[in-house]
Design a protein around this ligand. Structure first.
Ligand SMILES: Cc1ncc(C[n+]2csc(CCOP(=O)(O)OP(=O)(O)O)c2C)c(N)n1
Ligand code: SF4
Length: 285
C-alpha cells in the first residue's frame, strides 16, 4: 500500500492482508481507513461485517469490531448489529459473488428497509477466492474456468440493481481512484439510510479482462455536475450507459430509516396498551 496518513494507520489491525500482489482490494482498504480517519470515529464505535470471499477478509485487517459471517449473509447480520446498537457505524464489505449470487436475495430487503449502514460491494467480476469461476457480474464474453466459451446468462449491473431496489444512496467508485473513493465512502457513511457503493477492482490472479484497469480508465467518466441524484430514472440512465462507466454519486434520496419506522411502530403498539394473554390465545382456540 502507498504511504497512508498517520491517523489512518491507527485503523490498521496489524494483521497483514493476505491478498495477492496487485489485487485491487488494497486500494479499497486504504480508501476505507482514510475515510475512517477523516470521520474520526473511534475504533470501538465501528463495526465491519462481511460474508465469505477475498473481499470479505477485510475486517481482519482493520482495527474495529469485525464479524466474518457466512457466505452471502452479511446484510441480515449487519441489520441485526445496527438494530442492536444504533450508535455503531456499520460498514458491510463483500464481493460480487457473495453479495449478488448466494446473497442476492438480501439486497432488495436491505434497500427497501433503508437500514442506516453502508454496503461496499467489491466488484471484480469473478469468484476470486475459489480461483476464478464466473460471477453474476462477469461479462458475457469472458473466458473463465467455468465459462471457457462465454456465459449462458446476462450480466448483472450492481449499481443499477441497487437503484431499482430502492436504495436511498447509490454510488460507483474505482479502487485505483483512491481519493475519489474515500470521498464516496465518507458520503455513504454520512448518508442516513442504506448506502450502496459498487467498487470496481481487478482480480490480479483470475480476472484482469473484465476489470482491466486500462479499459476502465478509458471508459470512466465523472457523474455530470448537473445530474440530479434525486431522480432515480436519471441515475439509472447513467448507471446503465453502454459506453461510459460513470463514477460518483448516482442516486440519493431522503426517507425514514428502518430504525425510524421501528420506533414509530413500537410507539403505536405501546399507545394501544397491553392485551391479555388469555384473550390472544382464545382467538386461535
Ligand atoms: C455456502 C457456501 N457456498 C460456497 C462457498 C465457496 N465460496 C467461497 S468464496 C466464494 C465466492 C467469492 O466470490 P466473491 O464474493 O466475488 O469474492 P472475491 O473472492 O472475488 O473477493 C465461494 C463460492 C462457501 N464458502 N460457502
Ligand atoms: S484471488 Fe483475486 S480477489 Fe483474491 S486476493 Fe487474489 S487478486 Fe485479490
Amino acid at each position: 500500500m502507498e504511504k497512508l496518513q498517520d491517523s489512518a494507520c491507527e485503523y490498521l489491525s496489524g494483521v497483514c492482508p493476505v491478498w495477492c500482489p496487485g489485487c485491487g482490494y488494497y486500494g479499497i482498504l486504504s480508501s476505507l481507513i482514510e475515510a475512517f480517519a477523516e470521520l474520526g470515529v473511534p475504533s470501538h464505535e465501528l463495526a465491519l461485517v462481511s460474508g465469505i470471499g477475498c473481499a470479505s477478509r477485510l475486517p481482519y485487517f482493520v482495527k474495529a469490531y469485525g464479524f466474518h459471517g457466512i457466505h452471502g449473509r452479511a446484510l441480515p447480520i449487519a441489520q441485526g448489529v445496527k438494530l442492536a446498537n444504533p450508535k455503531l457505524t456499520v460498514v458491510v464489505v463483500g464481493g460480487d459473488g457473495d453479495g449478488l449470487a448466494i446473497g442476492g436475495g438480501h439486497l432488495p430487503h436491505a434497500a427497501r428497509n433503508n437500514v442506516d449502514f453502508t454496503y461496499l460491494l467489491f466488484n471484480n467480476a469473478i469468484y476470486g477466492m475459489t480461483k476464478g469461476q464466473f460471477s453474476p457480474t462477469t461479462m458475457l464474453s469472458a473466458v473463465t474456468k467455468t465459462s471457457p466459451f462465454g456465459l449462458p446468462g446476462e450480466t448483472v449491473n450492481p449499481a443499477a440493481l441497487a437503484i431499482v431496489y430502492g436504495a436511498s444512496f447509490v454510488a460507483r467508485g474505482f479502487s485505483v481512484k483512491k481519493e475519489h473513493l474515500k470521498n464516496l465512502i465518507l458520503e455513504g457513511i454520512r448518508h442516513r439510510g442504506f448506502s450502496f457503493i459498487e467498487i470496481l477492482a481487478s482480480c490480479a490472479s483470475f480476472n484482469t479482462t473484465d476489470m482491466n484497469v486500462a479499459r476502465i480508465i478509458k471508459a470512466m467518466a465523472s457523474v455530470p455536475s448537473d445530474h440530479d441524484p434525486a431522480k432515480p430514472l436519471e441515475a439509472l440512465r447513467l448507471a446503465t450507459h453502454e459506453e461510459k462507466i460513470y463514477l460518483g454519486v448516482l442516486h440519493r434520496a431522503e426517507r425514514p430509516t428502518l430504525e425510524d419506522r421501528c420506533s414509530e411502530i413500537q410507539r403505536a403498539a405501546r399507545a394501544r396498551g397491553g392485551g391479555a394473554y388469555a384473550d390472544l390465545v382464545a382467538q386461535f382456540a
